[in-house]
Design a protein around this ligand. Structure first.
Ligand code: 8YV
Length: 321
């Protein structure tokens, strides 16, 4: 019998993280790397002291209630925790941790890639070239929107929103934001605060969503709010797909009411709304926000730092429940 805490990991994790897991824990890693059903999750949790999980693993109240008593901790390999029912975990006395901070820069980089890709029509250009359809430079070919001088409206000015603002500022964009609370002036770095989301939408040449997925932000960007955006406008999402009403955004992109969108996250991943595939003006990525060597290692180590703390009688530094 091993004295090391037993951990079930729902996906393959970077090699350096795997090494540390195997050194310090009795680890069972789902090397198939596939999404587990609720039943599979509960079965695999049998006899475990902790789980390392990652969206889209769903740990709703139904799953949490069925976890064996041995499970004392759930470490989320993510900053977002909307896939875990924190209340249900609290009720069962299970600690839940996440990975804030370490993916800020990587995600802000992807936000910039999406802004550039959507505004400058990078996907259409790629497609034209690779299909050998490019018949030469033309003054009116694939004309996009210039970032310089445009207003970037950031909805949710937390770590990632601020990191995106810093990068966009270097591109000459004017920064506007809405946040539940106004930032201290030194953190605003000249950004203009808008007290209500609707005031922010009115100035959004580019709207970038950086809020967490909560019942309040669910379907935030709906048909009515899209109509409040100026034209042309560009919509960027690196937060969670649930924040956008897909049917409304797809309709607006079709009509060119929204000039372009850059999306890294989708409701129902990996099964995105069919309408997106047809759109030339949607620049789409498969949830790459945190996908760098540095960040994925740091996320894994952070999960382990939290579990190390819990299993040596300390409180976890990134405990959310
Ligand atoms: C992850 C994320 O890629 O941390 C988050 O909330 O969305 C991304 O960093 C995703 O959670 C899958 O692990």
């Amino acid at each position: 019998v091993s004295a090391k805490p037993r951990i079930f990991v729902t996906r393959r994790v970077p090699e350096a993280v795997t090494d540390r897991l195997q050194r310090d824990y009795d680890a069972n890693i789902n090397t198939d790397d596939n999404a587990l059903t609720a039943d599979q999750l509960v079965t695999q949790a049998d006899g475990m002291d902790a789980l390392i999980v990652t969206p889209p693993d769903k740990l709703g109240a139904d799953v949490i209630e069925r976890l064996p008593d041995s499970v004392r901790a759930i470490a989320c390999f993510s900053v977002g925790t909307n896939h875990v029912d924190l209340e249900a975990a609290k009720k069962r006395g299970i600690a839940v941790t996440n990975t804030p901070g370490v993916l800020t820069d990587a995600t802000a980089e992807i936000a910039m890639l999406l802004i550039l890709g959507a505004c400058r029509r990078a996907w259409e250009g790629q497609k034209m070239l690779r299909r050998r359809d490019w018949d030469g430079w033309k003054p009116t070919q694939l004309i996009g929107l210039e970032l310089t001088g445009r207003r970037l409206a950031i909805f949710g000015m937390g770590r990632i929103g601020q990191a995106t603002a810093a990068r966009a500022r270097a591109f000459g964009m004017e920064i506007h934001y809405h946040n539940r609370s106004r930032l201290p002036e030194e953190q605003e770095q000249g950004a203009t605060y808008h007290e209500t989301p609707d005031q922010l939408l009115e100035v959004a040449d580019v709207l970038s969503l950086h809020c967490p997925a909560t019942p309040e932000t669910q379907g935030f960007l709906n048909a009515q709010r899209i109509e409040a955006l100026p034209a042309p406008t560009v919509v960027i999402n690196t937060s969670r797909g649930d924040v956008v009403d897909d049917a409304a955004l797809i309709d607006a992109l079709k009509r060119q009411r929204v000039a372009a969108a850059g999306l890294d996250v989708f409701a129902g991943e990996p099964n995105l709304h069919d309408g997106y595939y047809e759109l030339e003006n949607a620049y789409l990525l498969p949830h790459l926000g945190s996908a760098t060597v540095e960040t994925r290692n740091a996320m894994g180590f952070m999960c382990l730092d939290n579990l190390d703390a819990l299993f040596t009688g300390r409180d976890a530094p990134n405990r959310v429940a």
